[in-house]
Design a protein. Structure first.
Length: 420
């Protein structure tokens, strides 16, 4: 595979952009080699600057549930362009978008739109602190909630890959407001609430983790988080930036039947444009400015172009519930290719092959993976035109645009790559 144009672009990018990329994991540091520069996407396929074609299992890291350039989203964007891209004033479409979110996710009684998942989680923890009058937040090791200062403690995603336990530039005082506990361990949460009695504002969790690779909640775990937080007057925040409209139309909370107090969304709800959201109980969200005293704002929040794409996405998914059953069935086919000695974790259309034999239920067990072997597998797949996330600690995503033929080619490539 010739990637000379990408190589050339990457050299230039590294002069101008830190590491040559606008988000760390894109640089392929953990798998070696240089990243292809992407020129165009169509359905389930992407094409690089040298014209090489790949079947895409990254899907822009989650948003592209319908694949690239879905007609419903393109039509909505074209329509939006005829009226203007941003007003910084309320619009009818924002109200429709809020209604679509609240209808799909019943625990969200009121919602505020923002521009990214990071903004959503940052706002949600501020709201939780403002509402409860407490400072501490419990998070789980390997869960990633965006690059919010106080949440970059034992975070997953790019940080798991780079092996940065803690970033520089965050004051110790911020980290001191975060209690990091192992995922899937309800007893650790009980203990923390006993130790920090009356001081914990909220527990924030990826209800299905995507950012240490895909890790599902053990039976009873989410129920325990719900019960413990309620008992201690703390809020339960489901960070569904990845799982919202992905693992079910109503997100992980629908799939597992749990009602959190606050929910954060992003990725799929933007249809490929930058949209995030946070919302939840009416009594809590009523405290957000200007309705209440907790400040949060955004110049481009709810901008018409992004909202047009997001609303088109949510409307399309509502009109096509069969997409979720189809994704589930196709993901099963794909995941049947797993050989001995590899642990597959899958929830709906998100999954990870861990290069370890044992079960992966938390960050400790995820880290037992042989990342060097993953790197070789990754490169072998890329050479065969299969574009996976360039890190062991990320989830792969299937989209509704992936065809039976895509799956057949992927399974064949995986067989070759595993044996090589
Ligand atoms: C991607 C992600 C975020 C951050 O969203 P950005 O849009 O990258 O800021 C937060 N939480 C989870 C669970 C995510 O997967």
């Amino acid at each position: 595979m010739n990637r000379s144009k990408s190589e050339q672009l990457f050299r230039r990018a590294q002069e101008l952009i830190p590491g040559g990329v606008n988000s760390p994991v894109r640089a392929f540091r953990s798998v070696g080699g240089n990243p292809p520069f992407i020129a165009r996407g169509e359905g389930s396929h992407i094409f690089d600057a040298d014209g090489n074609e790949y079947i895409d299992y990254v899907g822009s890291w989650g948003p592209l549930l319908l694949g690239h350039r879905h007609p419903a989203i393109l039509a909505a964007l074209e329509q939006a362009l005829t009226v203007g891209t941003s007003f910084g004033a309320p619009t009818e479409q924002e109200v429709e978008m809020a209604a679509a979110i609240c209808e799909a996710v019943p625990s969200i009684e009121m919602v505020r739109l923002v521009n990214s998942g990071t903004e959503a989680t940052m706002a949600a923890i501020r709201v939780a602190r403002g509402f409860t009058g407490r400072d501490l937040i419990i998070k789980f090791e390997g869960c990633y909630h965006g690059h919010v200062d106080s949440l970059l403690v034992k975070a997953g995603s790019g940080l798991a890959t780079l092996g940065i336990a803690d970033t520089q530039g965050v004051p110790q005082a911020f980290c001191d407001t975060t209690v990091a506990l192992p995922y899937n361990d309800a007893e650790a949460v009980e203990t923390a609430f006993r130790q920090h009695s009356g001081r914990i504002a909220a527990v924030i969790v990826e209800p299905v983790v995507g950012n240490m690779g895909c890790v599902q909640p053990l039976p009873g775990y989410l129920e325990a988080l719900r019960e413990i937080t309620a008992r201690h007057g703390a809020l339960l925040i489901f960070d569904e930036v990845m799982t919202g409209f992905r693992v079910a139309f109503g997100g992980a909370q629908q799939r597992y039947g749990i009602r959190p107090d606050l929910t954060t969304l992003g990725k799929v709800i933007g249809g490929g444009l930058p949209v995030g959201a946070y919302g939840g109980r009416r009594d809590i969200m009523s405290k957000v400015a200007p309705a209440g005293p907790i400040y949060q704002a955004g110049t481009l929040s709810g901008n018409p172009l992004a909202v047009a794409a997001g609303l088109a996405m949510l409307r399309y998914l509502k009109a096509h519930p069969e997409i979720y059953t189809q994704l589930e069935a196709r993901a099963t086919v794909l995941c049947a290719a797993v050989p001995e000695g590899i642990t597959l974790n899958r929830v709906g259309s998100m999954f990870t092959f861990f290069f370890t034999g044992g079960p992966v239920t938390d960050y400790e067990s995820a880290k037992r993976s042989d990342t060097a072997r993953f790197g070789r597998f990754f490169q072998a797949m890329l050479e065969r035109g299969i574009y996976l996330a360039p890190s062991q600690f990320e989830a792969a995503f299937l989209s509704a645009a992936h065809t039976e033929e895509d799956l057949r080619r992927t399974v064949e490539a995986a067989r070759e790559a595993f044996s090589a």
